[in-house]
Design a protein around this ligand. Structure first.
Ligand code: GLY
Length: 327
């Protein structure tokens, strides 16, 4: 055997022998300091997060599933007739058509999403069906609607809610196409949750940017932009102008920063700094906010502009917290 081959053989053997020692030295990535009696921790964007969190906690008590909790929690917002940024009652695109985006993810890497979908009341449940019943991650447009029909989802009449119709009629007077988001101090609902064993899940659902171009898709259904969850590290979700968030893969970036040792707060702040650096030209018109949790149950939130808030709930408390912002 040549000297080189002998060396390679020895090195491989050496590393195999060293492996068990090395693995003992690694921290247990799946452990969580939370105790069973602590129950779940649920976080969601904006003040519509309060009722959504309450629905999520209720579901968790029934099934003990953090995935069920984050799905049912945001379904509450998808049904809220006063909400103009989530669900079929959300503001339409500039053709007067409401199209919805949603995604769902668990900490083992399972994920599903739907984009540019019409006439489906609960895009979050459709996203979960994509995750659980197809070999795909994302379905869009008419294909997503056809999949909804095949799965027995009811198809709703395509009609704007009275509130959305009134706002759209007003907008049409000038038809000023200016992608400003969060002007009403709420937007997409992003929800992330963790059970006492450290299992994470997240959901994100929106009707997207008001009066957007027909066909426009935001960050919410894009895994890594509007939502990212990894049981080894933590989870993050985003709200705000989707284009600015997609440019930096916002939620994935935050989870990766936490993987490198940043706290959720530090990671959210770094993501906002990155977002500002990649969107300098329009930054005064852009709002975006991030929400994150790590395996220790530490929470972070940060936004570009003031006004972002989030709801935090466990078995005992459900509170609205103001986020800090860059400006
Ligand atoms: N964050 C929602 C959107 O941009 O569509």
């Amino acid at each position: 055997m040549s000297q080189r081959r002998k060396f390679i053989k020895k090195s491989i053997l050496g590393s195999l022998i060293a492996l068990p020692t090395l693995s003992h030295a690694l921290p247990n990535l799946y452990s969580s300091p939370r105790k069973k009696e602590d129950g779940p921790l649920i976080l969601s964007t904006w003040n519509h997060g309060l009722p959504a969190n309450a629905a999520a906690i209720k579901k968790f008590k029934e099934t003990g599933s953090i995935l069920d909790a984050v799905e049912i929690g945001v379904k509450d917002t998808e049904l809220d007739l006063d909400n103009l940024s989530v669900g079929l009652q959300g503001l339409p695109d500039r053709e007067g058509i409401t199209t919805l985006d949603a995604s769902i993810m668990t900490g083992d890497g399972s994920c599903g999403s739907v984009a540019f979908v019409r006439q489906v009341k609960h895009p979050i449940s459709l996203a979960r069906a994509v995750m659980e019943k197809t070999p795909h991650v994302m379905l869009a447009g008419e294909g997503a609607r056809q999949f909804a029909i095949s799965q027995g989802f009811p198809i709703e009449e395509e009609k704007l809610s009275p509130k959305a119709q009134k706002a759209y009629d007003e907008w049409k007077k000038t038809s000023n196409y200016k992608p400003v988001i969060n002007i009403e101090n709420h937007d997409t609902i992003g929800m992330i949750g963790m059970d006492a064993q450290g299992n994470l899940a997240g959901s994100c659902t929106t009707s997207g940017l008001a009066y957007k171009m027909h066909g426009r898709v935001g960050d919410s259904p894009i895994i890594g932009a509007g939502l990212y969850v990894d049981n080894e590290v933590g989870a993050a979700t985003a709200t705000g102008l989707g284009e600015s968030i997609i440019r930096i893969c916002g939620s994935f970036l935050i989870v990766e920063l936490m993987r490198q040792g940043r706290t959720p707060q530090e990671a959210c702040e770094e993501a906002v700094r990155r977002l500002i650096s990649k969107n300098r030209k329009d930054i005064s018109n852009i709002q975006a906010g991030f929400l994150a949790i790590n395996k220790d149950g530490e929470v972070g939130a940060f936004a570009v502009q003031p006004g972002f808030n989030y709801a935090k709930a466990d078995l005992n408390k459900n509170e609205l917290i103001d986020s800090k912002s860059h400006f």
